[in-house]
Design a protein around this ligand. Structure first.
Ligand SMILES: Cc1ncc(COP(=O)(O)O)c(C=O)c1O
Length: 400
């Protein structure tokens, strides 16, 4: 649960700063707010932490994806390549902007396979969304190289990897834009919330306009007198979220350090189980250690081991069977059951391509995810809890 485990007096202090002014909105009310700008401060701190030029706070990771895709001018007629293993929101965001998501395979990092990604490129491909699943980096250098070769935009979905990096560069800063989620499960939480990063001033401005009804946020005039260029909508982060984010961000190094220690202890115990291998993490130094992925030689063995672990009170997830994070299991998506009765954008006449969401086209995901078990790692795992897990692993190993 990461950030949620650490909510305490620091968060209370930041939130009280806001409540004492009574100004919950990030814009306007300059006199009443007495210099308190929590969302702005959080954006600045987040951009500095990630070494990015621009940061924009929004209402969720899902809206961050939609705002970023809109800023990148992805829309009807376009295809966007997305890995088969991700949370549903990555696909929903593509549909939200009227584009068509194209399913791609994963590699042994459990993230988008750059070779398969290249094979999925068509004349309609406008962007790719690599997702750093379960807190660890994709082969993002290769993905960006393939995208550049084919003139495709990159939007990193780093909802699950806040604070992670690849060869010293922060995840979320490799693509044209990167997004983060601060929902209640995430490494840093503001209850609900999200962030967009970019080094591109034009993309930032378009995102900034779009997320607030087109307001150009001109500091020299009142909010009512601000100009507008494009239409937008409301995805504004509020001051309470900004306040929580500030306190949580300061805790991020501790969160990652503690999770790494706990993960290393459990990994050592699993390493003694014959046949157990581990998820390939392209840069272990950049792992946020929110999850531990390990595998067995065959799906049947993984299933057996998972049951035995569960009997010992050790919970794991097999994502091939998970109903929210693996496309072949989304029956409503496969049936094109959009919220609109026209099945838009699947039935959009301006779309000239053809997509195939058949699981037979993602053999690596089918194989690897079936054999992989994933364990959540907490920040606070006292010795007693870790010992129980270690004993559980030892006992479950006898089932193999
Ligand atoms: C990979 C991924 N992308 C996007 C999201 C959406 O984030 P939010 O829950 O903040 O809307 C999530 C949330 O779980 C996620 O895991």
């Amino acid at each position: 649960m990461a950030g949620a485990e650490l909510i305490g007096k620091e968060e209370i202090k930041e939130v009280m700063d806001v409540l004492e002014t009574g100004v919950l909105m990030r814009y306007g009310f300059d006199k009443e707010r007495k210099g308190v700008f929590k969302v702005r401060e959080f954006e600045e701190a987040f951009a500095t932490y990630c070494r990015a030029q621009y940061a924009l706070g929004v209402t969720s990771g899902s809206s961050a994806l939609k705002v970023a895709l809109t800023a990148m001018d992805v829309g009807p007629g376009d295809e966007v390549i997305v890995p088969a293993f991700t949370f549903l929101a990555t696909y929903e965001a593509v549909l939200e902007v009227g584009a068509i998501p194209v399913m791609a395979d994963i590699d042994d990092s459990l993230n988008l396979d750059p070779d398969d990604m290249e094979k999925r490129i068509t004349p309609y491909t406008k962007a790719v969304i690599p997702v750093h699943m379960c807190g660890a980096p994709a082969r993002i250098d290769k993905i960006v190289a393939v995208a550049e070769k084919h003139n495709i935009l990159v939007l990193e979905d780093n909802a699950q990897g806040c604070g992670g990096s690849y060869r010293g560069k922060m995840l979320g800063t490799f693509g044209n834009m990167g997004i983060f989620s601060f929902d209640y499960y995430k490494t840093v939480t503001t209850g609900e919330g999200g962030m967009i990063l970019t080094d591109d001033k034009d993309l930032y401005r378009r995102a900034d306009w779009y997320h607030d009804h087109g307001h150009d946020h001109n500091p020299n005039v009142s909010r009512a007198m601000e100009g507008r260029t494009i239409l937008g909508f409301n995805f504004r982060m509020n001051e309470i979220q900004g306040a929580l984010g500030l306190a949580q961000l300061r805790k991020l190094p501790t969160i990652i350090a503690e999770q790494r220690k706990n993960k290393a202890t459990i990994k050592e115990a699993l390493g003694n189980v014959p046949g157990v291998g581990f998820r390939n993490i392209p840069d272990p130094d950049g792992d946020t250690a929110t999850f531990l992925g390990f595998n067995l030689p065959e799906e049947g063995m993984a299933e057996k081991f998972q049951k035995a672990l569960s009997a010992e009170g050790v919970d794991t997830v097999c994502f091939k069977k998970n109903s929210w994070h693996y496309l072949p299991n989304w029956e409503h998506f496969l049936a094109r059951s959009t919220a609109n009765s026209k099945k838009y954008p699947f039935m959009d006449p301006s779309y000239r391509g053809k997509v195939n969401y058949d699981r037979s086209t993602i053999p690596q995901a089918e194989d690897i995810l079936g054999r992989t078990l994933v364990m959540g790692i907490s920040v606070w795992m006292p010795e007693e809890k870790l010992s129980k897990i270690k004993q559980g692993i030892e006992k479950a190993a006898k089932s193999l």
